[in-house]
Write a protein that binds this ligand. Structure first.
Ligand SMILES: Cc1cc2nc3c(=O)[nH]c(=O)nc-3n(C[C@H](O)[C@H](O)[C@H](O)COP(=O)(O)O)c2cc1C
Length: 223
């Protein structure tokens, strides 16, 4: 492979000048605001607009709080919450079982935008898990069965052999059952922040939170 050219990290910078966000532009509630920005992200050329970084807090070997982040795909959103699917015995799911407080971050760099959702994760009801699992390609369903996500693997061949064993196991079955260890997390938000990059690093930031009447209200934050 060709050696990559030397890059000066500190000289990498762009100017944020694609748009503005004002109080008047904001939707009444953060779900409508998210819907509007998500539609624009999905319509744009950006890759995987539904990719989001989910951060969890688990415990290290000394019992101290230890944050961890990884990308997952948003598969549903409504006023009830924001959902993703995963292995329920994975590191992230074990973290959530310890502490359901999570953060979801959408890094829409190409649009000079970022959305950060904080809330509590709860299990997606099993009927919705079934419905989503069966909408996935058969190979993905087999992949869910084949991988004990987050656990060490001796080598690639072991994973391929596990996949082949699952193919064989379900060869006669048109409908592959949902593994008990696979499911979804729905994040019920308590805070949603919208960030629009502006010139001179004087960005527009608004955070929606619930007031005592359980109505969402936005507050502008310093960038
Ligand atoms: C673009 C992208 C999308 C991903 N989507 C998912 C997903 O929807 N569900 C999932 O379990 N892992 C997904 N992954 C893999 C996770 O980032 C992660 O490696 C995996 O879930 C194991 O994480 P954990 O060990 O922290 O639990 C995705 C990775 C990328 C880069």
């Amino acid at each position: 492979m060709e050696k990559p050219a030397q890059v000066s990290v500190r000289d990498l910078r762009i100017s944020y000048d694609l748009g503005v966000l004002t109080h008047d532009m904001l939707a009444q509630n953060p779900f409508d605001q998210f819907g509007e920005w998500f539609a624009q992200a999905a319509d744009s050329q950006i890759l995987e607009a539904n990719a989001m970084v989910v951060s969890t807090v688990g415990l290290d070997s000394q019992g101290k709080a230890r944050p961890a982040s990884r990308t997952v795909l948003l598969k549903d959103f409504s006023e009830s919450g924001f959902s993703f699917y995963t292995n329920l015995e994975s590191a992230k799911s074990l973290d959530i079982a310890t502490n359901p407080n999570v953060t979801l971050l959408f890094p829409w760099y190409e649009l000079h935008r970022q959305v950060i959702i904080s809330g509590r994760a709860q299990l997606v009801p099993r009927n919705l898990v079934e419905e989503y699992f069966h909408s996935r390609p058969r190979q993905s369903q087999l992949g869910a069965w084949a991988s004990a996500q987050s656990t060490p693997l001796e080598d690639r061949e072991v994973l391929d052999a596990q996949y082949a064993a699952c193919e064989l196991r379900f060869a006669e079955q048109e409908v592959i059952p949902v593994p008990q260890f696979w499911g979804g997390w729905q994040v019920v938000p308590t805070r949603i922040e919208f960030w629009q990059g502006r010139e001179s690093r004087l960005h527009d930031r608004f955070v929606y939170e619930l007031n005592s009447d359980l109505m969402w209200y936005p507050t502008r934050l310093s960038p």
